[in-house]
Design a protein around this ligand. Structure first.
Ligand SMILES: [Mg+2]
Length: 244
């Protein structure tokens, strides 16, 4: 097998799913027609969401899915776990869900997200009501706390998020690092940019993320939104498909 020319590891909401309908369709068509691309979805969403998404007409099928903010990692065909990566994340978490719920019961500014997730606990938070002490409490109990988009608070196994899981997947698969481009729009994508790969912060990115990646030489801030920002960055990095 020839090595892929491009490994696109992209966030979904606001990034791969962002931009106008026309911009999205143009990107999806070019990816679907490109046999030299490995597509990886890297999302805070669960697999149920991704399954429904990829069943929509025109949506390219990913080769891999990193879901649940980096705590789930599966192939893009049968959605089977990639072992031993996901097992290792599971062992780190150690069925901590109930312990986290008890720990944060009654904390101001938190509202539990619907659904139950195997290796994380996720809340909506109110930035005006959340206490700094709540974050300290989560970290002192041995977890990571990730705040994103002034909306989402994720309690994660320590050291696990989108970027570290992508890094481990790329290494495990032996994929060429220089072909990787990551894409994102909110603070839960910061770990993707910290993983050292080329990356694009799309035009509609959260200001806090743009500020955080401003001095990263490997990150391009595109003026274009969502899918158009990804296409713009592929040109910027010379990763677009050459015309036959
Ligand atoms: Mg997003």
């Amino acid at each position: 097998m020839t090595p892929p020319r491009l490994i696109l590891a992209t966030d979904l909401d606001g990034t791969f799913l962002g931009g106008s309908e026309q911009q999205r369709q143009a990107l999806y068509r070019s990816l679907a027609a490109d046999p030299e691309t490995v597509l990886i979805f890297v999302t805070g969403r669960d697999l149920e969401f991704v399954r429904a998404l990829v069943s929509q007409p025109g949506m390219p099928r990913p080769h891999y899915v990193i879901g649940d903010v980096g705590t789930t990692v599966v192939d893009g065909r049968a959605f089977e776990p990639i072992t031993p990566l996901q097992d290792e994340i599971h062992a780190l978490w150690g069925d901590a869900g109930d312990r986290v719920l008890r720990l944060l019961d009654g904390e101001p500014g938190l509202r539990l997200q619907p659904g139950s997730f195997p290796r994380r606990v996720s809340y909506y938070y109110d930035p005006a009501a959340l206490r700094a002490q709540t974050v300290t409490t989560i970290e002192a109990a041995g977890f990571d706390c990730l705040l994103s988009d002034d909306t989402f608070l994720d309690v994660l196994p320590r050291g696990v998020s989108k970027g570290p899981t992508l890094r481990r997947l790329i290494d495990a698969l032996g994929l060429p690092e220089q072909a990787v481009m990551v894409a994102g729009d909110t603070m839960n994508d910061l770990s993707l940019f910290r993983a050292g790969f080329k990356g694009v912060a799309v035009g509609n990115a959260e200001p806090r993320l743009l500020e955080a990646v401003r001095d990263f030489p490997h990150v391009y801030a595109s003026p274009q939104p969502g899918a158009a920002g990804i296409a713009d960055a592929l040109r910027h990095f010379g990763l677009e498909r050459s015309r036959p």
